[in-house]
Design a protein around this ligand. Structure first.
Ligand SMILES: Cc1cc2nc3c(=O)[nH]c(=O)nc-3n(C[C@H](O)[C@H](O)[C@H](O)COP(=O)(O)OP(=O)(O)OC[C@H]3O[C@@H](n4cnc5c(N)ncnc54)[C@H](O)[C@@H]3O)c2cc1C
Length: 535
């Protein structure tokens, strides 16, 4: 059984930033992740990271705050947004200092581009590989400081006693063993849950919301789970993202008649709805960047061209790109206070798995990378401060975890969970997607409930110990079903339209819902309520 001060679960940008800042405060840190850090979803972020540097045109933290609050549609905490946006320039200078190779202007300033929903040119970038470069640089730092990073360990459950986090249980994917790590502070940095829209998402399979599901089961409160952002421009059929930087650079959206039909740089929810309306009419929608020219595309957005060529056989230098909106980002998550601590003592959450009250009903492009670094660094400090005042937890038994795993291995294979996962993704996309109403959400809810009751019939084929991905995917599927139910309950409860949540039966915003939804377990039952957003 390993011990540490700070156990960071998840090795994406949020986890690594948290670990580095806790290390700087002399904490004894262990990072644990399902994959290698460089495969975390952060590496897929392309467009940029926001900070009001004003390197291209005039900008200010105040304008950044205003844009963020406007997109959030009343569901963000002004205090948290202010902290995020005011710390953004310093966050970029820190990343620059540790070696992130930001693209530069001819004057050697950090280059910036415009993304949607903003008044100014604010996103700092590394070509269109921004997340990858940030992640690799953070990982270099982790390696340089010899912070232990235990890879290919799957979080099975949290160890929580008397509403206090004590550590966590993992499945060592390489060896098929259960491992327990005890800690004074536990930080969840396990990413979002857009992966529940399986087959209709820009996210990887990692985004089944495991950490969120486990925090919920352990008694933590979740908030704003109905808010899932749909990115307007994914490559049709594959869900591969064509970055907003393409529209920021002047890319246009056209229908099959070649006509533009929306403001390409409006907030993502508006653009996605406009595209959806074209698609349901039977029209195809395209993103056209051909007029930007080959040299511009290869210099500034080379990845977009490569993705189109590789996954659709289309060269955007010469032809428009067929696109469709898909699930991209989860605004909801584990409800945290201003120190990034959940409602469970000593359990912190940061990055896309958390709702730190900065995105509200809609996230601005470029604000998530900012959040994972700025709040990751804050979270490392908070978790260290908490650990300093705590005593080392006493050993805990993993017997119940071993029993649960054994039961899962013994389940009959009457139903194929991979088919169920595909069905659930499709139903969520159609019925709880860009447009939703009571009937569609109720249908999705009863389907998800039915599939959940059939889980005991969905055994696995592979009973081996080494790299049993069949087992891991089955565990993830169960977590995603927990989250699907919470998303649907929250979406049903919010009888209004706000940001990314658009109810065709309640198309207006309503003052009664100028509140965040919260979801929690009470005596085994899911409860959904609304509460004021604490500012
Ligand atoms: C295609 C794409 C493009 C994007 N572009 C931008 C952009 O330009 N700008 C921007 O601001 N945002 C962008 N985003 C959003 C942004 O990238 C993410 O919100 C952010 O990187 C999330 O970071 P994270 O550290 O919270 O989570 P992740 O990077 O998802 O990391 C989660 C970690 O948790 C681990 N994990 C998950 N489950 C388990 C488990 N059960 N056990 C152990 N470990 C587990 C994973 O392996 C991973 O290491 C983009 C997202 C996508 C998908």
């Amino acid at each position: 059984m390993l011990h540490c001060d700070i156990l960071v679960i998840g090795s994406g940008g949020a986890g690594l930033a948290t670990a580095l800042s806790a290390y700087e405060k002399n904490a004894n840190v262990i990072i644990v992740g399902e994959t290698y850090p460089t495969r975390s979803q952060t590496c897929m972020a392309q467009g940029g990271i926001n900070a009001a540097l004003g390197n291209i045109s005039a900008d200010s933290p105040k304008q950044h705050i205003d844009d963020t609050l406007k997109a959030a549609a009343g569901l963000a905490s002004e205090r948290m947004v202010k902290r995020l946006c005011e710390s953004a320039p310093e966050t970029i200078f820190w990343l620059d200092a540790i070696g992130v190779p930001f693209s530069r202007t001819p004057e050697n300033k950090i280059a910036q581009r415009r993304l949607g929903g903003t008044a100014n040119t604010r996103a700092c970038y590394s070509q269109d590989y921004t997340g990858l470069k940030i992640l690799h640089t953070l990982y270099d730092q982790v390696l340089a400081h010899e912070i232990p990073c235990l890879n290919e360990r799957f979080l099975l459950d949290l160890a929580v006693e008397n509403n206090t986090a004590k550590g966590a249980f993992f499945y060592n994917i390489r060896e098929g063993k259960i491992e327990t790590i005890l800690a004074k502070s536990v930080v969840l940095a396990t990413g979002g849950y857009s992966g529940i829209y399986h087959g209709y998402t820009t996210n990887t399979r990692q985004s089944s919301g495991d950490g969120i599901a486990m925090a919920f089961r352990a008694g933590a409160v979740l908030s704003n789970m109905e808010f899932v952002q749909f990115h307007p421009t994914a490559l049709k059929g594959s869900g591969i993202l064509i970055s907003e930087s393409a529209r920021g650079a002047g890319g246009t959206l056209i229908n099959q008649h070649g006509a533009r039909f929306t403001d390409e740089l409006a907030p993502r929810d508006q653009v996605s709805r406009a595209i959806w309306q074209e698609l349901v009419k039977g029209d195809q929608v395209y993103l056209d960047i051909s007029h930007l020219g080959e040299s511009f595309i290869d210099e500034y957005i080379p990845q977009e061209r490569k993705l189109c060529l590789t996954y659709a056989g289309i060269d955007p230098v010469h032809e428009p790109i067929p696109i469709a909106p898909v699930a991209h980002y989860s605004m909801g998550g584990i409800c945290v206070d201003q120190n990034h601590m959940s409602t469970i003592n000593g359990l912190f959450a940061v990055g896309e798995c958390a709702n730190a009250k900065v995105h509200g009903a809609n996230r601005l492009g470029g604000n998530s990378l900012l959040e994972i670094i700025a709040f990751g660094r804050e979270c490392g400090v908070s978790a260290t401060n908490y650990a300093t005042q705590s005593t080392a937890p006493h050993p805990v038994s993993d017997r119940h975890i071993a029993d649960r795993l054994q039961q899962l291995l013994e389940l009959p294979q009457q139903q194929n969970f991979y088919d169920m996962r595909a069905d659930t993704g499709s139903i969520l996309y159609q019925k709880a997607g860009i447009l939703r109403d009571k009937a569609s959400l109720s249908f999705a809810k009863s389907t998800v409930e039915q599939i959940t009751t059939q889980l005991p019939e969905m055994g696995i084929v592979d009973r081996g110990n080494i790299y049993n991905t069949n087992l891991i995917e089955r565990l993830k599927f169960e977590n995603s079903m927990v989250l699907a139910r919470i998303v649907l309950e929250s979406a049903l409860a919010r009888e209004e339209s706000r940001g990314a949540h658009f109810r065709t039966d309640f198309p207006q915003q309503h003052p009664d819902y100028h509140k965040e939804s919260i979801s929690f377990l009470d005596k085994g039952h899911l409860i959904t309520r609304f509460q004021e957003v604490v500012s």
